[in-house]
Design a protein around this ligand. Structure first.
Ligand SMILES: NC(=O)c1ccc[n+]([C@@H]2O[C@H](COP(=O)([O-])OP(=O)(O)OC[C@H]3O[C@@H](n4cnc5c(N)ncnc54)[C@H](OP(=O)(O)O)[C@@H]3O)[C@@H](O)[C@H]2O)c1
Length: 261
């Protein structure tokens, strides 16, 4: 099975086109991070997920430069650590310096600082966006109530929330609440959150001649969730992106959705 066609994208409010499958870079650092990101770009990933906290922005930046890809072919995400709330500007400037970029595509608040939505931090992200340091800004690990608080205080709902996800964490109510607000769901730890030996998953995988991990990624894609699986193994890096050559039928999707109950 090989990837066919182009990776579908979802457009965030503000116009950023996010590929539905991207590459997660935590907890890789140093040479391992550089090598894996290079292999991911070579395999065809165009969305790369890093964060200040991952301490690999420099290696991500180098891999981007070495790839020879044009800047406008890539979607680069980084994140503000919660303990940097109040020091937003210096933090994004340090990220840009480490990445060797003039702008990131997406800058997220990594966690609600101290467990609070922190509209003041959100205002700083919006300001950085308006000043051109990030094309789009959003959040990670925010609840619906916290998203609403940001909307109420700033008039701007974050267009994306990166949260732990996967078939076994599927929560239809949350999906509906995010959709009502036009907030795109970006799934982290999609593989770790899944029992790859689950018989439902392995049976579906066998039927399509793919791996359980590929079924998990494909499930995200068909639901319109952005998935950012990480691997430091060359073959798995390619495998996780190679999901365009098969599709899950409605019954298979229903059985996978039921893993969340
Ligand atoms: N916003 C947040 O708070 C937050 C939190 C956690 C993660 N993230 C982001 O989300 C990304 C992904 O999450 P994650 O790294 O926690 O979990 P993940 O991507 O779901 O799982 C990674 C693990 O799965 C293994 N794996 C990958 N592909 C596989 C395959 N095809 N078959 C079998 N095993 C496979 C990897 O092993 P090998 O590497 O050995 O191949 C690794 O042990 C992170 O890298 C990070 O960018 C964000």
């Amino acid at each position: 099975m090989s990837a066919t066609g182009t990776m579908p994208t979802v457009t965030l409010r503000g116009g950023l086109q996010m590929p539905l499958v991207g590459f997660g870079t935590w907890p890789m650092t140093g040479r391992e991070a550089g090598r894996a990101v290079s292999e991911a770009l070579e395999a065809g990933y165009r969305l790369i997920d890093t964060a200040t906290m991952y301490r690999n922005e420099r290696e991500v930046g180098r891999a981007i430069r070495d790839s020879g890809l044009r800047r406008d072919q890539l979607v680069i995400t980084t994140k503000l650590p919660q303990e940097r709330a109040g020091r937003e500007r210096e933090t994004i400037e340090a990220s840009l310096e480490a990445l060797g970029l003039e702008q990131v595509d997406l800058w997220l608040i990594h966690w609600p600082p101290g467990g609070d939505a922190r509209p003041d931090t959100w205002a700083e992200l919006l300001r950085a966006r308006d000043d051109g340091l990030a094309h789009t800004v959003g959040v990670s690990n925010y609840s619906i109530a916290q998203l609403d608080e940001l909307q109420h205080t700033s008039g701007e709902m974050p267009p994306i929330d990166q949260i732990p996800w996967g078939p076994s964490l599927l929560d239809q109510r949350l999906v509906a609440e995010l959709a009502e607000r036009a907030v795109v769901l970006e799934s982290y730890s999609p593989i770790k959150n899944t029992n790859l030996r689950d018989p439902v998953l392995t049976a579906i995988a066998a039927r399509h001649g793919v791996t359980a991990a590929q079924v998990v990624v494909r499930w995200h894609l068909q639901h319109g969730f952005v998935a950012i699986p990480k691997s430091s193994t060359r073959s798995r890096i390619a495998e996780n992106l190679d999901v365009l050559g098969f599709s899950l039928d409605p019954e298979e999707l229903r059985r996978l959705d039921a893993l969340g109950r």
